[in-house]
Design a protein around this ligand. Sequence first.
Ligand code: ATP
Ligand code: MG
Ligand code: MG
Ligand code: MG
Length: 582
Amino acid sequence: MALHMSSLFLRTLREDPADAEVPSHRLLVRAGYVRRVSPGVYTWLPLGLRVLRNVERIVREEMDAIGAQELLFPALLPKEPFEATGRWTEYGDNIFRLQDRKGADHLLGPTHEEMFTLAVKDLFSSYKDLPLSIYQIQTKFRDEARPRAGVLRGREFVMKDSYSFDVDAAGLDKSYQLHREAYVRIFDRLGFHYVIVEAMAGAMGGSKSEEFLATAEVGEDTYVHCTSCGYAANVEAVRVPAPSPVGWDGVPAAHAEDTPDTPTIETLVAHLNERFPREDRPWAAGDTLKNVVVMLVHPDGTREPLAIGVPGDREVDEKRLGAQVEPAEVEAFTETDFAANPALVKGYIGPGALGLEGTSGIRYLLDPRVAEGTRWVTGANVAGQHVIDLVAGRDFTADGTIEAAEVRPGDPCPSCDHTLSAARGIEMGHVFQLGTKYAEALDLKVLDQNGKLVTVVMGSYGVGVSRAVACVVEGNHDESGIIWPRELAPADVHIVAAGKDDALFVKAEEIARELEAQGLKVLVDDRKGVSPGVKFKDSELIGIPTILVIGRGLAGGTVEIKDRRSGERREVAVDDVVPALV
Ligand code: ATP
Ligand code: MG
Ligand code: MG
Ligand code: MG
């Protein structure tokens, strides 16, 4: 049955909502697709739900096409599996936690690696059961520090997450490739411009990882790309190869130096002044470390970096370095050291040491695990390039490999001799080789061909389904409203009865019925006492691809077909209109 504007649960708004900073947020609220309930929490109204379901359908079709099987996990999850992998602690403030009536801890799932791993462990036990790819389209919960831009960054949102299970790395490569190709098809169908960039692993750990970023100025991710060879990477992930010979773990020899000092704040500052003098003034306690990486050298010769992160962004550091820190220790440090030093910023936690940087000083508190005789070394960032804020995870990794200087447009491409450009994007999808991290933590093993138990190798793959709705609007709108790509539109044809004459309304219903009989979805603006001007404005705002105006021309036997995207209008004989539209 066609939808009717006279009865549709919808109110369009003339004014932009006060809290909307980006076009998709403004338009989705004004056109009556979503309504805000609380920060980052939205209701999908009838038209919005249709679009969301269309995105889901595309995602589902492409997942099914690679043989992935759909299932559905609960969103309400027990704590224990997340404790086993350390994520109960690692996630920090980013998950919603709750207790049942007996006081047992639960969480609302932010992502489901643990649950999928356990389900496979529950049901499968042999290599013959693999490979397996399973997925769900489900509501996720993350207590985002900065929910923003409507459904673009929600605290409750819809994600498609799939997980692949293979007996070995070669199998994982295949599953990963299949997902990657499915994602290309999904994002091609969704109808916005995107790039595939190398990504870093983040909280999940693992090896190869790529992101699908919708190119958009309003995006929160910055990526670099090379117009010559096609190389593209999230700036978080850029790898600048270290010039050889390498001194230690990727730091160019020329810039690496061992010192016999004991790592204290004073010796560190003295060393920095001697070895890496600043142009403007000497290093002092209170400076942010720039252009320099500090490593600890344990008595047994192993090296670990002191982590330097983004002030106040504890999530960032835990995400990037947390994998190597015992969660219990993170908590211990947080409670004791941070409480005693309110000026210190949380989150400068690196393996082997705790580096704290506050507004009032760089301090290095040593982890009790750091044994006597531990030394530290410093190294300039990649080939001595100047870095603005050195960020753990972006500028160097926990294993000591310096990954990137801050990349600016004009810097050399790591894959060819061209220069890089920078741009912004919205993360729409993420494909991820998890390896054995989760399978090990939760003991997921199968018997291989020789009857030997082997740890299963996993991948995880996410698509932001609700985010996609906003992303499509970012890429498909003009000043009058939304312009839906056909596959996503809440209807195919928007019929506007423009005038007062009853005959217009009768004809609108008749054409709507015929179009629906041909399989098209129709929205009829059958409101009486609403001017044609208002109806036209609403039709542009709502953004259905074809607008059919039944107005004055009807007396002479014609109606007008308008293409929302091109704005092109054409008169057609009323009797020809159905064939013209199907
Ligand atoms: P972001 O970097 O934007 O915070 P993420 O890397 O934390 O995203 P993943 O854990 O990779 O997200 O989740 C898979 C997909 O889920 C993302 O690629 C994105 O499209 C979507 N997504 C993640 N967080 C949100 C959110 N808060 N609101 C809507 N969609 C989200
Ligand atoms: Mg995130
Ligand atoms: Mg991300
Ligand atoms: Mg991601």
